[in-house]
Design a protein around this ligand. Structure first.
Ligand SMILES: Cc1ncc(COP(=O)(O)O)c(C=O)c1O
Length: 406
């Protein structure tokens, strides 16, 4: 057993001071003035995992900064999937390297749908699902999550029927784990989704970018390991779990029944990922497991701490601890600061309204505003707890004060 002080030393979330983090030039640290604690965009306050840093340093020292080549990234994911998820289903010949997960989703949608076709999403959900899908001339059909924040199968089936109503092709874009609720879909839920999709002729695209971040108590099941998922796609990368959003490279995995579709993906899509990105993501999946384990211990502790801090400072907020991700979805509708119509005005990612605006203005804490996550999101906020316990304590205490002191 590790002593508490040793565990704390190993926790990647306590390595960097606020002063160091404020030197960063990425979105999380530059979009707001320095008095704001940023708990919004999905970047983590961690140093780079040593195996990733070493791989990048080696590439820099060698001047290995040309074009990406080969299948090392897909092989590293295949090995990671075998070890972590006991899943032996990643076949290198059914993968493609794409610039990032969202661009990969767009490219897959181009293979299996036409402009004007519908893409079903379970709202509230990651706002770029709306923005990227509509930007590429597909239309969104929402299936609201149930009151337990899990996929509501009846609602999903109705959405599939609507999506296919004019006999057009349709896709279901699923987030597993689900951003922003942190729900990890169970095997039974995934089976039901695969069955419904099969019955209604809807193609499934599983965005599994948060999959390595499943916390103790839940188990991640890859969608493509489910019977009936054969014509589906999955997308993933090491971007969320190892904080590599700035190092572009992601993977598309086609199920056996989608291999022919993937072969139609234009060759030039593979020119988008960065070679340094491929090197970093490959190193993360191949050698970053021990670091990830330390991170998960820290995130699990933060998840518990956040529950305590909410009970202390915002007892009226509804919060279901997430099963995966480092994102917490807080229902602040009791504040009465939201407008339900906000949920229908989709796609403006940077827009801050309702409780998020109040917390930004009065507590100087930046959270993601619920209304941009689609129907069911208005009045909620998403908090990113991939930070130090000290920052979490400060943020929640400021938020509590903002609510109590008029
Ligand atoms: C569910 C989900 N998909 C995709 C992304 C973005 O991934 P990428 O930067 O690889 O497009 C995120 C980022 O937070 C996410 O939460």
């Amino acid at each position: 057993m590790k002593r508490a002080s040793e565990a704390r030393r190993a926790d990647p979330l306590v390595q960097l001071s606020l002063e160091q983090l404020r030197e960063r030039t990425s979105m999380k640290w530059r979009a707001h003035p320095a008095d704001v604690l940023p708990l919004w965009v999905a970047e983590m306050d961690v140093p780079l995992a040593p195996p990733v840093a070493e791989a990048l340093h080696r590439a820099i020292d060698l001047g290995d900064t040309g074009y990406p080549y080969g299948t090392a990234y897909a092989e590293a994911l295949a090995e990671f999937a075998r070890e972590r998820w006991r899943w032996d289903g990643v076949r290198v010949e059914r993968t493609a390297v794409v610039p990032d997960v969202m661009m990969g989703i767009v490219e897959v949608l181009r293979l299996i749908t036409d402009p004007g076709d519908a893409v079903v999403v379970c709202s509230p959900v990651y706002p770029p699902f709306y923005a990227f899908v509509t930007h590429d001339a597909r239309k969104i059909v929402e299936a609201r999550l149930g009151p337990d924040l899990r996929v509501d199968l009846d609602t999903l089936e109705e959405a599939f029927v609507r999506a296919r109503s004019q006999g057009r092709r349709a896709a279901f874009l699923m987030s597993n784990p689900h951003n922003p609720t942190g729900v990890v879909h169970t095997r039974e839920e995934l089976r039901a989704i695969a069955r419904l999709a099969g019955e209604h002729g809807v193609r499934v695209i599983a965005d599994e970018i948060h999959a390595p971040l499943v916390l103790p108590g839940a188990t991640f099941i890859p969608f493509l390991s489910i019977e009936g998922s054969e014509n589906g796609f999955a997308l993933t990368s090491a971007s969320k779990a190892w904080n590599l959003a700035g190092l572009k490279a992601a993977l598309v995995i086609a199920g056996p029944g989608a291999a022919d579709d993937l072969r139609r993906m234009p060759e030039e899509v593979g020119h988008g990922p960065s070679h340094l990105g491929v090197i970093a993501h490959t190193a993360a999946f191949r050698k970053g497991g021990a670091w990830l384990d330390e991170l998960i211990v820290g995130l699990d502790a933060n998840r518990t701490l956040l529950g305590q801090l909410i009970a202390e400072h915002l007892p009226e907020a509804h919060y279901r601890p997430p099963e995966g991700t480092y994102l917490a979805w807080l229902d602040c509708t009791w504040l009465g600061l939201h407008d339900d119509r906000q949920g229908d005005e989709l796609g403006v990612v940077s827009d801050v309204a309702g409780p998020a605006k109040m917390f930004l203005d009065r507590a100087r804490v930046a959270l993601s505003s619920g209304h941009v996550f689609g129907s069911g999101g208005a009045g909620c906020v998403r908090a990113n707890f991939a930070t130090s316990p000290d920052v979490l304590r400060q943020a929640l205490s400021r938020m509590g004060r903002a609510v109590r002191e008029p």
